[in-house]
Design a protein around this ligand. Structure first.
Ligand code: SF4
Length: 284
């Protein structure tokens, strides 16, 4: 079992709420439903699109609404809805820090397993390893089960800017290896591709290949201005010398050429390690 090395000191507002429904039909590629036992995500990535999707006005990363009735609702909906692949981690991460005690995602996984539906998890947390016993039972029952890890960088400074309360990147890769070694399919979302990614690309791909990843989805930074304001603030606090370069790369025609080069570099590296590379949202 992976020994978790990360420690979190994070203050946020926790609230228990009742949801009206829990399985949401989705058009996200490859998924039929999304399942989010929480509203809000205390991993707190400043580029996250979820606050805009949810029209959330509270400060993202500083609150967590726990859908207390999620397992009971899910049990009912699994009986009445058409069977399909459920994605966990589409709008909020199912393995936020509070999940360690609350076990909301785990209880939902138990319901999905009982009902015999397939599941796909995406996370930035090594906590998912805790549920490896359940994931193995999906596999034993012949149900589709996979775990995707978002790995953006190996650089701890960039990680501190872009994903402040995620498990450290190497800890995530160790979790990925543990899950792969248990016979569960793993994949990676490599993104958002950020200015400076080129210095990390080869080593990142080498490491995820070593952890059993055979499929990479990627996407470049695509921010609207509200998200850029949050990223810029985080950069100013933690990597102030990078603000000008990031702004140039993200928002000027000349700077954007960087992404073509970075995609090619990533695709070539994936090729060398026999990893299938795809664009997460179609070719940009
Ligand atoms: S982990 Fe995912 S959902 Fe959570 S803040 Fe980061 S990008 Fe958003």
């Amino acid at each position: 079992m992976l020994k978790t090395k990360s420690f979190y000191i994070i203050a946020f507002m926790l609230k228990f709420v009742d949801a009206k429904s829990i399985l949401t039909e989705t058009k996200l590629p490859g998924l039929d439903y999304s399942l989010n036992p929480f509203r809000g995500c205390t991993i707190g990535c400043p580029y996250c699109y979820s606050p805009d999707v949810l029209r959330e006005t509270r400060e993202w990363g500083k609150f967590l609404d726990v859908k207390e009735n999620a397992p009971q609702l899910l049990e009912k909906e699994l009986r009445t809805k058409k069977r399909g692949l459920i994605g966990i981690g589409t709008v909020t991460d199912g393995y936020v820090q509070a999940e360690r005690e609350l076990k909301m995602t785990r209880r939902c996984l138990e319901k999905i397993l009982e009902a015999g539906w397939p599941v796909s998890i995406q996370t930035k947390s090594s906590l998912v390893v805790r549920d490896l016993d359940l994931l193995k039972r999906f596999k034993e029952k012949g149900l589709e089960v996979e775990v995707g890890f978002t790995i953006t960088t190996l650089d701890p400074r960039v990680s501190a800017v872009l994903e402040p309360f995620a498990s450290p990147p190497l800890e995530r890769i160790a979790a990925m290896k543990e899950i792969h070694d248990a016979g569960i399919r793993v994949w990676c979302f490599v993104g958002p591709i950020y200015p400076g990614f080129d210095s990390q690309c080869e080593e990142l791909v080498r490491r995820i290949a070593g952890a059993g990843c055979d499929r990479v989805l990627s996407h470049r930074f695509a921010l609207h201005r509200t998200a850029w304001a949050r990223v810029k603030k985080a950069l100013e606090e933690k990597m102030p010398e990078q603000v000008t370069e990031w702004e140039h790369t993200l928002f000027t025609e000349e700077g954007k050429k960087f992404f073509d080069t970075a995609y090619k570099q990533l695709a070539d590296a994936c090729g060398r390690y026999h990893i299938k590379h795809e664009f997460a949202f179609g070719k940009p």
